[in-house]
Design a protein around this ligand. Structure first.
Ligand code: DON
Length: 583
């Protein structure tokens, strides 16, 4: 352990040679060369630094620092998660939120697991056909960029619930860092500057009140973003916990914002919102125990189905993104997403056949139609307009504390900056999660996903999600904490990251960096990140009838691995500003 209290894994430790100082030009040159190579070496090694006492991997450097500070103060993983959630609401307005919702998977150091569903709910005034016109067609953008696009937010209640059950430090200590970031401001990254500039026109169009995310000229990297209204809202939450958001001034402002735009969320909707503890769903992959999110996320079930489908094949021998590996994974994905469209929805409203969907006999039978010689065609439903990659703006964070408690949280406003509508005077953005419902059977949502009865709109129901926060055990001990944004691609990105480590021997950072691909049944297309496939893999796939299409970056996986030496190793996705910090 060094002075700062973090451990360097044996392979990463840097040994300084002790030499006596000898004067002369040769010595100076030697020292310069030595120091240069040492610093290059150190930078290289920093990538592989691993830690012992705790780690936070999340979407922004400022929020990661907030989380690490909480761990260092003696907070546990849940304390750090609460602080990170609020810090992300300030520093990552694209997806960090108090106006959205999410899911938490928790595993204690002793091995107990639990999950918290703080997904948004349809307001009481919502109805099955609310996004259809008189001819029964879906009205474009109504579930995306209007006041009616928002579900009742769950994030604040979720944080309070998680804290009440597991938190250790004082609540105020967990919210205060976010207040400071909002009040004092923080320097924005190049990416946030460009996201804000790109969405400027929409912010102006959809809002009447003041928005701190708007300024007269373009935002630039390094500009200070101060959000006074958001700071005031966070102060209410700091001082009154749940009541600071679901009642009082903030609730009044939210409801009056709804009235401005013919939105549906009422005082009663806010009062009635409660997150739900749900038993984790678990499965096995080659002896690893997978602990993941049950419905209303489809992510956990889909992940277990996918892992089962590929388990008996020699992926390790075939190798990462080789043609057989990709073909098998794509065929599994095709079948799993078809199931998702029919059987998955909010379990409080629809009986999701979890046991049948995870029954090995059923899963083996699903793969029987798989033919190595040719792609299995997806059914002939109109392909959706798949747009998930450009707006992959949910966010995931993974945290492990000193004792070994672990938290995986994925949280979202759905689209980038949600509905892009702010609650006037309260400084936070509203989600457009209602688009995750199936507005009409067979009509794709913004991620090209189709659905039916299981995911139809009903008052008080939670919309189906793909978020897949997941924790993995190996031999009864913590092994990995993982998750990502990416809409419909969330499930396949988590699937690939897990296989990259378990099958393809990649370390955590490599597994996150590695190029990804995705298939979701409809449209019948294999999406690949640029150069995910070698030209030989692509040719072989195309010869068998697969349509391979290049798409932009897919997901932002933030993950932690307990490596062979027992140290924590992070993977922070270079596709975003994601940051890993440990001690
Ligand atoms: O819950 C879901 O599945 C979506 N609302 C997630 C949205 C998302 O990941 C945004 N990024 N593309």
């Amino acid at each position: 352990m060094n002075k700062k209290g973090f451990h360097l894994a044996p392979a990463a430790s840097i040994r300084l040679n002790r030499r006596k100082c000898v004067c002369g030009i040769e010595t100076v040159i030697f020292l310069c060369v030595f120091l240069f190579s040492l610093s290059a070496n150190a930078q290289e090694r920093v990538k592989n630094v691993s830690f012992h006492d705790g780690m936070v991997v999340c979407a922004t450097p400022d929020a990661a620092k907030v989380g690490l500070d909480i761990l260092k103060k003696g907070g546990n993983a849940v304390d750090a998660a609460v602080a990170v959630q609020f810090a992300l609401a300030v520093t990552h307005p694209e997806a960090g939120n108090i106006g959205g919702g999410g899911f938490m998977v928790y595993r204690s150091a002793r091995g107990e697991s639990n999950t918290l569903d703080f997904r948004e709910k349809a307001p009481a005034g919502a109805s099955k056909n609310m996004y259809l016109d008189s001819a029964g067609n879906v009205i474009p953008d109504m579930s995306i960029a209007t006041h009616k696009a928002s579900g009742v937010p769950g994030s604040v209640d979720g944080m309070v619930e998680a804290y009440n059950k597991y938190g250790k430090l004082k609540w105020v200590e967990l919210v205060q860092p976010a207040i400071d970031l909002a009040h004092n401001g923080f320097k924005i990254t190049k990416r946030l500057a460009s996201d804000l500039n790109r969405n400027r026109a929409q912010f102006v169009k959809l809002n009447t009140g003041k928005s701190y995310l708007l300024k007269d000229s373009d935002w630039k990297e390094g500009d200070l973003l101060v959000q006074e209204d958001l700071a005031k809202t966070l102060i209410q939450i700091r001082d009154k916990k749940r009541e600071g958001f679901y009642a009082g001034t903030v609730a009044d402002l939210l409801v009056s914002e709804m009235k401005n735009g013919a939105g549906l969320i009422s005082k009663a909707d806010l009062e009635n919102y409660h997150s739900v503890w749900r038993k984790a769903i678990t499965g096995n992959y080659k002896g690893y125990k997978i602990i993941t999110m049950p419905p209303p996320s489809s992510g956990g079930i889909a992940l277990l189905q996918l892992l089962h489908a590929v388990e008996k094949y020699p992926l390790h021998r075939w190798g990462y993104n080789q043609d057989s590996t990709v073909q098998l994974m794509v065929e599994a994905e095709r079948r799993v997403y078809a199931d998702r469209s029919k059987y998955l929805g909010d379990p409080d409203f629809y009986k999701v056949p979890v046991d049948s969907l995870l029954n090995p006999v059923y899963l083996d039978a699903r793969m029987k139609s798989f033919n190595w010689n040719t792609a299995t065609p997806s059914t002939s439903i109109e392909p959706g307009n798949f747009a998930g990659y450009e707006s992959d703006q949910t966010t995931h964070y993974s945290i492990v504390d000193k004792e070994g408690n672990a938290v995986a949280i994925t949280t979202t406003l759905n689209d980038s900056f949600g509905s892009k509508i702010f609650v006037g005077g309260a400084g936070f953005l509203l989600n457009n999660e209602m688009d995750d419902f199936s507005a009409k059977p067979g009509v794709p949502n913004m991620f090209g996903l189709v659905g039916g009865k299981a995911n139809s709109i009903q008052p008080g129901k939670r919309m189906l999600s793909s978020m897949t926060p997941t924790i993995i055990e190996k031999k009864g001990k913590l092994f990995m904490v993982v998750g990502t944004p990416g809409g419909s691609t969330i499930i396949t990105s988590v699937f690939q990251t897990i296989l990259n480590v378990i099958e393809f021997d990649q370390d955590m950072q490599q597994a996150v960096d590695s190029k990804r691909f995705h298939h979701q049944w409809l449209p019948d297309v294999v999406y690949q990140e640029k150069d995910a496939f070698s030209s030989s893999t692509q040719t072989k796939l195309e010869q068998k009838g697969y349509k391979v299409v290049e798409h932009g970056p897919s997901g932002r996986v933030d993950a932690i691995l307990v490596n062979k030496a027992g140290y924590l190793e992070g993977g922070a996705d270079p596709r975003g500003d994601d940051t890993k910090l440990g001690w």
